[in-house]
Design a protein around this ligand. Structure first.
Ligand code: ZN
Length: 482
């Protein structure tokens, strides 16, 4: 039996377990740093499969590492399992139908992501055992990808130091090996403090923190003209200081996401945004306190590993679709706006798009792009990719055109095709892991490529050295950033 058949067999044998775990995590739908039930279930599954599990890594209560095997090489599989706030939705329905209004839902498919990576890790373990091979596989349980950047804490605290390569995947609408780069980001809050007063009777005694927030934002909006092209700056006012216009607001807060292609550019931009905050504080005679609460580096692709993964993806048998699958995907596709359909068509080309209108689930592999695709957003996989060669794929877990972070994603999160595509991803990353385990020169080549792409730069997390992730007992504001 060749490698892809062998791995496919190992994963298919346990498909009922993977479906069960993924559906449970879909139901738990826990958000950033609160994913205790999801983490418990993944850890229990790893323990049952013979992994040694370490909990609470990097001060992350829902972070964990499951390890199997010994010696080199060390292969990391990155798993995520956080949901999104406000995306509650019934599974299998093609109408917007929340289970709990304003409840959570797996709108980015991380119930599938965590389990696909789990299937990959367990298949590598089974393969090592059956063939009596040395080598280590580590499943990294990475919480709060959506807005808490769990992997950045793991990378900052050195958890990838002994790892040789890292592999992961993300649910999506196409089967593709991701040859992509993403912006680095700093997430920071700016808290202004002023002096309260009656806004009509004694306005001269007040100093408005809300005015300061507004002036800071105006300053930043002028700054935009003088920043590098691919940079992005966005903000949300997270505390207006109250709802009474006749009170001078004594406190106000604004949260910023500052993105640029390189970490140094983000740091520089952050200082310029900070100057706008200081200027606003000076103008309004208020004070400002800034805090960096999260960050990611830019994503570094690794063509060496991606080519191997692409080969395996082509060799693996594709998802088998039933009439029922196609019908359901069609009803989901029909809920998309014309603009959403148009954006999706651009991604695959006009001809393919025409076929997909009739059978809206992609069952072929998109060719590996020559030039890295640029994502304006950010991912904490990036912080891993600065430390070790990292490769990722995506598989068609959702109907063609389904936008991320929508109720349509949640609706498809337990579908038969989502489960099959999850296993396809697990197979692709497990096969890539075995190729690396059996071929040390591949790892050397991947490391050499990373070194060349870093061009002398070294990793230092953009979050402060002493920043501690929020604890489960702390109130966590409901925000979605990535
Ligand atoms: Zn995601």
């Amino acid at each position: 039996m060749n490698l892809t058949d062998k791995i496919a067999h190992l994963i298919d044998e346990k498909s009922a377990l993977y479906k069960q775990v993924s559906d449970k995590i879909w139901e738990f739908a826990e958000i950033r740093f609160e994913e205790m039930n999801s983490a418990n279930l993944l850890c229990e599954t790893l323990t049952n499969e013979g992994f040694h599990v370490e909990r609470g890594v990097a001060n992350l209560e829902t972070g964990f590492i499951g390890t199997f095997g010994s010696g080199k090489p060390v292969i990391a599989m990155l798993g995520e399992f956080d949901a999104l706030a406000g995306l509650s939705q019934h599974a299998g329905s093609s109408e917007y139908e929340p289970i709990t209004p304003s409840g959570n839902g797996h709108g980015c498919g991380h119930n599938l992501l965590g389990v696909g990576a789990l299937a990959g890790a367990i298949a590598v373990k089974d393969y090592l055992q059956e063939n009596n091979l040395s080598g280590t596989v580590k499943y990294f349980g990475c919480p709060a990808e959506e807005s808490g950047y769990g992997k950045t804490f793991l990378a900052r605290d050195g958890y990838f130091k002994d790892v040789d390569i890292a592999l992961s995947w993300h649910p999506g609408t196409v089967n593709i090996v991701l040859h992509a780069r993403a912006n680095a980001v700093i997430n920071a809050t700016f808290k202004f403090k002023g002096r309260s007063s009656h806004a009509a009777a004694s306005p001269h005694l007040g100093r408005s923190a809300l005015d300061a927030v507004e002036l800071m934002n105006v300053g930043v909006n002028y700054l935009r003209e003088h920043i590098v092209d691919e940079a992005r700056i966005h903000y949300a006012i997270t505390n207006t200081g109250g709802i009474a216009p006749n009170v001078v607001q004594a406190e106000a807060e604004v949260t910023y996401l500052i993105r640029a292609p390189k970490p140094n550019q983000v740091k520089d931009l952050y200082n310029r945004v900070l100057n706008c905050a200081k200027g606003a504080a000076m103008m309004t005679e208020t004070t400002v306190e800034e805090q960096i609460i999260g960050s990611c580096h830019n994503l570094i692709p690794n063509k060496t590993l991606e080519e191997v993964m692409y080969q395996h993806m082509q060799d693996l048998s594709k998802v088998k679709l039933t009439e029922e699958d196609i019908h359901f995907a069609q009803t989901i596709y029909d809920t998309l706006s014309e603009e959403e359909k148009h954006v999706a068509a651009l991604q695959v080309g006009k001809e393919v798009a025409q076929q997909l209108v009739k059978k809206p689930i992609i069952d072929f592999i998109v060719p590996l792009p020559e030039v890295p695709f640029f994502m304006g957003g950010s991912t904490d996989v990036a912080d891993v990719s600065w430390n070790v060669p990292t490769a990722q794929c995506s598989t068609a877990t959702w109907a063609f055109g389904t936008p991320f972070h929508t109720w349509q994603v949640v609706a498809q999160g337990k579908s038969a095709y989502a489960h099959q595509a999850t296993l396809l991803a697990g197979k692709a990353i497990a096969c890539t892991a075995i190729s690396a385990l059996e071929n040390p020169t591949l790892i050397e080549k991947a490391k050499a490529e990373l070194k060349q792409r870093l061009d002398g730069e070294t990793y230092e997390a953009l979050i402060p050295k002493d920043l501690v992730p929020p604890k489960l007992t702390e109130a966590i504001p409901v925000k979605v950033y990535i």
